[in-house]
Design a protein around this ligand. Structure first.
Ligand code: FES
Length: 159
């Protein structure tokens, strides 16, 4: 076999192995970062309306019929954030709206019908039906939004 050909083959093998080795840390970092972002963290920036904002500043996020048996639903914003719409306990014709972003480290919270509170599964924080912290590690209440019901429609003001 021609020695020049062998050298080229050895060089190409060396370049191929080193190119793969050099790209592994970048690929692994991208995989780890994207899976953590999706599984645990909610976006922490301010919610943005995905529907037109009315002249009074409210947006229509759904109907009372969207409230499941649990009395709540989550509404996804255009930026990926979401709000938690909960039927009021004392007057089921009214609703309350919270940011679904936990004030501890930003996971999504959810309404717990059996406990009548809002729970964050990441580290166990609990919030009352008015958004106040009842069990840490969260220290701050959930952000609330002005909301009202017109006919069957649920309207939320995000500012
Ligand atoms: Fe909610 Fe930690 S992120 S309790």
């Amino acid at each position: 076999m021609n020695p020049l050909t062998m050298e080229r083959r050895a060089f190409m093998k060396w370049v191929g192995v080193n190119a793969i080795a050099a790209s592994l840390p970048v690929a692994l970092t991208a995989c780890v970062k994207s899976s953590a972002d999706v599984s645990e963290k909610a976006e922490t920036s301010k919610p943005q309306a995905s529907k037109p904002i009315r002249s009074d500043g409210f947006i229509d996020v759904g109907s009372m019929g969207n409230l499941s048996e649990s009395g709540s639903f989550r509404y996804q914003m255009a930026n990926g954030n979401s709000i938690l719409v909960v039927r009021q306990l004392e007057d089921t014709t009214k609703i309350q709206v919270f940011s679904s972003v936990c004030t501890h480290r930003g996971c999504n919270v959810g309404w717990q019908i059996n406990d009548q509170d809002i729970f964050c599964a990441c580290h166990g924080s609990r919030f009352s039906a008015s958004g106040e912290v009842t069990t840490g590690p969260a220290e701050s209440p959930l952000q609330t939004y002005a909301a009202k019901v017109e006919g069957d429609r649920i309207l939320v003001k995000l500012t």
